[in-house]
Every structure is written in C-alpha cells, then in structure tokens.
Write a new protein. Sequence first.
Length: 137
Amino acid sequence: MNDTERRIRERLLATRSEPLAATIEAADAVAASWDGPATRREAVVEPLSALLEHAGLREGYPALLATGAEVLGEPLPAPPVAAPPYVVITGTGPVLRASLPSGRLVLRLAVFAIERDPKRYVRCGERPEEILEVELR
C-alpha cells in the first residue's frame, strides 16, 4: 500500500467506520445462516446483497468513494450511485469503484475469503481495519 492509499484508508477508518462495522454484522448474519460449508457464490452474494439493501448500507457506500476522492483533492466526474459499476457485491464482499482524473479508486470490504482446497467461502475480518482494502490503479 502506498502513502496515498494509506491516507485514504486512515480517513475512511476515522470518519466512516460505522458502515464498515455494519457490513461486518451483515456478513456475520450471512455466515450464521449457512447450515454447512458455503461452496457456491450465491450462498454469499444473494443474502449479503439483500441484507445490505435492507439495512440501507448499499445506499451509503458511495459516500465512502466521495471521502476517498476528497482525500485526493479530486472531484468525482459524476455522483456515484449504489449500483454497478460503482457498487458491486461480490463473493468476498462489497467492491466500490470510481474513476478519477488520476486513475481508478477501488475500495474492497473483504468480509469473506475463498479457500481453494476444498473450495468454500469463509468469514474473515472482525474489525473495520481488517476488511478495508484501498487501491489506486
């Protein structure tokens, strides 16, 4: 992680930790609903997406992108919305993306991991600082 990514991450953890913590709670609820190993992407994506939508978290994710752009001192070309391509729910958790003048800002909220042998989804990240990944491309 470079210094700019670190600054964005620190700002998000300092000012936007509530939606990160709520995302962790939603992931905990999804994992608790499994009655065995989750081997299919749908076992994560569909219930997580529904919980995030119901809790209003998905609608709040664009504010995380706006905060990242603010740290960079760059404008977002358009207001991000809580839908693709800005907000996508993947098998490992929400991924937020915005194109900026200097490149692409990608925020990953990694609340699940994929184990390969045997393939299955597992919960990971118990605290906001453990799930937030920041990347500038």
